[in-house]
Design a protein around this ligand. Structure first.
Ligand code: ADQ
Length: 459
C-alpha cells in the first residue's frame, strides 16, 4: 500500500473526542492516513514574524501531522484575501462580492509555493498525494516544478463556477492550466464537473474524452465526480448516545408541543439565510392559523469574521430576525430562535432529531453535510422531513427530499406547509430512500472512491 500525503489549508488531526464530535472528513482522512502511515500537511493556523519553513511534526491517535506557520501578510493575502474574498464568492456565484486584488493573487501564489517548497522534501517516490480544496489549486504545479513525479490528486469541496463567471477572474487561464498538473480532479457533483468541462471546451485548447480524461500537450488529468458523505456509523452512534438523547429531550421540552423547524449552517452568505428567513416570514404572514404552533431554530455560528461581507450578512440577519419576531411574536411565543453559536455535533444530533423539518436551503453549496446529518439523526418510526435547496450538491443524491428553489419565498413557504401536512407513511418512505444513499455513500466510500482514482485504478 502506498503512503498517503494529505495536503490541506488547515490540518485537523483526531482529537479522541467522543463519537460525533470530530468532523467526518477528519475521521475519514485520519483513518486513511493511519492505515498507510501517511502524513497530513498544512498551515498550523498560527502566524510567525518571518516565514522559516520550519515543520512542526506531531503524532496524535496514530496520525502524523506536519504543520507550518505563515507570516501575517501571507494570512491576509492568501487566506483572508484570495481564498475567502476572491475564490470563495466567485465560486459561489457572488461576483458582486468578489475582490480582485493583485496583492491577493500574489500572496496566494507565494503561499502555494511556500507549501510546495516545504512539503517536497518529505515526499518519497511511491507516495500518493491528495490535495484539498480551493486554497491550494496551484500546488500540483509548484510540486511538479520541484521535480515531484508522484501521482497527485485534487478534490474541490466547493462548486466549480460556470465558465461565464470564471472568465471574470484575472488569470483564470493560468489557474486552469495549473490544475492540469494534477492527475485526478474530483468534484462533489455532476453540476460542478459539467461547469469545468464547459470551461475546458470553451476556453482552452485541451480535449476531453468519454472517460473524463482532459489532455493538453503531454499532460492528462482524470475528472471524476465523487460526492462526500458523512461518517454514517459514527454519526448514527452519536445520535443514539446519551448526549444526543438528553439534547433531544431538552429541545422537546422547550418546544412545549410546538412543531420545530431547524436550520444549521456556518454564518455564510452562500447558505441562503436571509432568503430562508423571508420564506418563513411569508409563511407566517399568510397563515395566521400557524401562529403559536411552530418555530424555526436557526443555528449559525459566525465564521470568517475579519471579512467585510461576513460582517454585513451578520448585520442583515440580526435585523431580519428582529423584524420577524417584532412582527409576529407575542408574550408566549417567539417564532424565530436565531442563535450565533456552534453546538457539539452529538448535541446537534439530538436537536435534529427533535425537529420535524430540516430546512437546508443554501443558494450555492458544494455538497452540504448538514442535510445528510439531519436525515441520519431521525427516529425511523417518526422521521422528519428534509427540505433541501436545488443548488446544494447534495440535491443530486438526496432526490427524495422536498427540493426547493431557495430564492423563492413562496416556494419555501409552500414546502414548509407541505412538510407540516405530510403523512407519517410518506415521511417514512422518503426517509428510507434518503437513508439508503447516506448509508451507502458515506465518507469512507468517498475516500475510497478518490483513493482508487488516485492510485490509477478505474473508478
Ligand atoms: P461547509 O461550508 O462548512 O463545508 P457543511 O458541509 O454544511 O458546510 O458543514 C460541514 C460540517 O460543519 C458539518 O459536519 C456540520 O455538522 C458542521 N456545522 C455546520 N454548521 C454548524 C453549526 N451551526 N454548528 C455546529 N456544526 C456545524 C464545505 C463546503 C460544503 C461541503 C463540505 C465538505 O462548503 O459544501 O459539504 O465542505 O466537503
Amino acid at each position: 500500500m502506498s503512503r498517503l500525503i494529505v495536503i490541506s489549508n488547515r490540518v485537523s488531526p483526531p482529537t479522541g473526542d467522543g463519537p460525533g464530535n470530530q468532523g467526518g472528513l477528519a475521521v475519514a482522512l485520519s483513518a486513511a492516513l493511519r492505515e498507510s502511515s501517511g502524513i497530513w500537511f498544512g498551515w498550523s493556523g498560527e502566524e510567525t514574524e518571518t516565514f522559516t519553513g520550519h515543520i512542526n511534526f506531531q503524532r496524535s491517535y496514530g496520525v502524523t501531522t506536519a504543520t507550518i506557520d505563515l507570516e501575517a501578510q501571507d494570512v491576509e493575502e492568501y487566506y483572508n484575501g484570495y481564498a475567502n474574498c476572491t475564490l470563495w464568492p466567485l465560486f459561489h456565484n457572488r461576483l458582486d462580492l468578489a475582490e480582485f486584488e493583485r496583492g491577493f493573487a500574489g500572496g496566494y501564489a507565494r503561499v502555494n509555493d511556500r507549501l510546495a517548497e516545504t512539503v517536497a522534501p518529505l515526499i518519497e517516490d511511491s507516495d500518493l498525494i491528495w490535495v484539498h480544496d480551493y486554497h491550494l489549486m496551484l500546488l500540483g504545479r509548484n510540486l511538479r516544478a520541484r521535480g515531484v513525479k508522484n501521482r497527485i490528486g485534487f478534490f474541490l469541496h466547493i462548486p466549480w463556477p460556470p465558465a461565464r463567471l470564471l472568465e471574470s477572474l484575472p488569470g483564470h487561464g493560468e489557474l486552469f492550466d495549473a490544475m492540469l498538473d494534477f492527475d485526478v480532479i474530483g468534484f462533489q457533483s455532476e453540476n460542478w464537473r459539467d461547469s469545468f468541462i464547459e470551461y475546458v471546451q470553451g476556453h482552452t485548447d485541451a480535449t476531453i474524452d468519454q472517460n473524463g480524461i482532459v489532455s493538453l500537450g503531454d499532460r492528462q488529468a482524470q475528472i471524476i465526480v465523487c460526492p462526500i458523505g458523512i461518517d454514517f456509523t459514527e454519526f448514527h452512534q452519536a445520535a443514539h448516545g446519551e448526549v444526543a438523547r438528553e439534547s433531544c429531550r431538552r429541545m422537546k421540552r422547550s418546544a412545549n408541543g410546538r412543531t420545530m423547524i431547524v436550520g444549521v449552517d456556518r454564518l455564510d452568505y452562500s447558505k441562503g439565510l436571509p432568503e430562508r428567513f423571508l420564506g418563513y416570514e411569508r409563511l407566517l404572514g399568510s397563515r395566521p392559523d400557524l401562529h403559536g404552533q411552530l418555530f424555526l431554530l436557526q443555528i449559525a455560528p459566525p465564521s470568517r469574521e475579519q471579512v467585510r461581507s461576513y460582517q454585513q450578512i451578520r448585520a442583515t440577519l440580526d435585523s431580519l430576525s428582529g423584524r420577524i419576531n417584532g412582527e409576529f411574536a407575542d408574550a408566549e411565543w417567539v417564532p424565530l430562535r436565531y442563535i450565533n453559536k456552534g453546538y457539539p455535533r452529538d448535541a446537534l444530533a439530538g436537536i435534529y432529531r427533535a425537529s420535524r423539518i430540516g430546512l437546508i436551503t443554501p443558494l450555492c453549496d458544494g455538497m452540504n453535510l448538514v442535510a445528510k446529518e439531519y436525515v441520519a439523526a431521525q427516529d425511523p418510526e417518526d422521521p422528519g422531513v428534509l427540505i433541501l435547496s436545488q443548488f446544494a450538491g447534495a440535491a443530486r443524491q438526496l432526490t427524495d427530499a422536498l427540493i426547493v428553489n431557495p430564492h423563492s419565498p413562496d416556494e419555501l413557504a409552500e414546502a414548509i406547509d407541505r412538510a407540516l401536512r405530510m403523512t407519517k407513511k410518506e415521511r417514512k418512505e422518503r426517509w428510507h430512500s434518503l437513508m439508503a444513499n447516506i448509508r451507502d455513500e458515506d465518507v469512507r466510500w468517498w475516500q475510497e472512491c478518490f483513493a482508487k482514482a488516485l492510485a490509477g485504478s478505474p473508478v
